[in-house]
Write a new protein. Structure first.
Length: 302
């Protein structure tokens, strides 16, 4: 096996026994939420996965290894340490060879999950095509990774800090199926609405597992983006979030934030200015994604 991969014994045993395993990212812990809610949420999400019949595998980088499955001490480090790198695909060899702390994005988490042969990955929101990308060329490596790596991603759709329409176009170009659970509209993360129709719709975890199995058995490499709308009682109306998003994007421009710092800056700004409401919704939707993602993983393992 890859000498840079370290799979937690519980995860390794589950994989050997062909039991369902669900991968989780760590950028959301280190750069997406404040301490201590980040660690509490990470633990709660792991518990939801266990309670629904799978083994959680949170992925991060430490001591020159890509860890697949963290213990509570390691989770605490990811949530608390100040000097944790945000690691997308391009940063992987640097952070591993330098033995730095690294929190993996969707792209890097997918790649490591696939090294460990995990098929299902649960997160909150993915990166995508940024607003203004026609001039900045700011398109997340999450999207190119989804074209290459056969790990399905369960998210609550795409935040409108991104250009949702262009993100859907890009996914189409890259041959990545986008399927929304239980509704015709593609969800907009905080809200069940986005203003865009979902390219595909399926209504049960079993149907989704069937589609994933079919795709990969056909030899079609790559991911499927599974969009799971936020629970109705927790959603924030689009108009309400839009104010914060516009201000965050303006602040990012004024402060000349570029490259990998754009997404964390914007997310932080929104969290700071929406009086904790966005954080509450964020936590609720991740928990919901963990439940539904685990149901898909269980169905797929049958
Ligand atoms: N979007 C969110 N929450 C997040 C992220 C994006 O709503 O936590 C994180 C994920 O880890 C995602 C990364 O993979 O940001 C994308 O960063 P970039 O746009 O730099 O590729
Ligand atoms: Mn970017």
């Amino acid at each position: 096996m890859n000498q840079f991969l370290e799979i937690h014994t519980e995860v390794r045993q589950a994989l050997l026994d062909k039991k369902p395993v669900v991968a989780l990212e760590s950028t959301i812990i280190s750069h997406g939420m404040p301490y201590p809610q980040n660690v509490e949420t990470a633990l709660a999400v792991e518990k939801i996965i266990r309670d629904n019949g799978a083994v959680p595998a949170t992925i991060a980088i430490m001591s020159g290894k890509c860890l697949v499955g963290l213990n509570s001490e390691q989770l605490e480090i990811m949530g608390k340490e100040k000097n944790v790198w945000k690691v997308s695909l391009r940063d992987l060899p640097y952070v591993v060879s330098k033995k730095l702390y690294g929190a993996t994005t969707v792209a890097a988490t997918m790649r490591i999950a696939s090294m460990a042969e995990i098929k299902i990955f649960v997160t909150g929101g993915i990166g995508g095509v940024h607003r203004g990308a026609t001039t900045t060329m700011d398109i997340s490596a999450d999207l190119t990774e989804m074209a290459q790596t056969s790990v399905a991603v369960i998210s609550a759709g795409v935040k409108s800090i991104l250009d949702i329409g262009l993100t859907l176009e890009y996914l189409e170009t890259m041959g990545i199926p986008v399927v929304t659970i239980g509704q015709d509209e593609f969800p907009g993360f905080y809200s069940r609405k986005s203003g865009f129709l979902s390219p595909l719709r399926l209504d049960s975890p079993e149907e989704i597992a069937q589609m994933l199995g079919t795709k990969w058995k056909m030899g079609l490499r790559g991911s499927v983006l599974i969009a799971n709308p936020v629970p109705a009682k927790m959603e924030i109306p689009t108009e309400e979030m839009e104010v914060h998003i516009e201000r965050a994007l303006t602040a990012a421009k004024e402060k000349k934030i570029t490259g990998k710092n754009v997404t964390p800056f914007v997310l932080q700004y929104i969290a700071d200015h929406s009086h904790g409401e966005s954080l509450e919704t964020n936590i609720a939707l991740i928990r919901h994604n963990a439940k539904v993602g685990t149901e898909i993983a269980v169905a797929l393992s049958k």
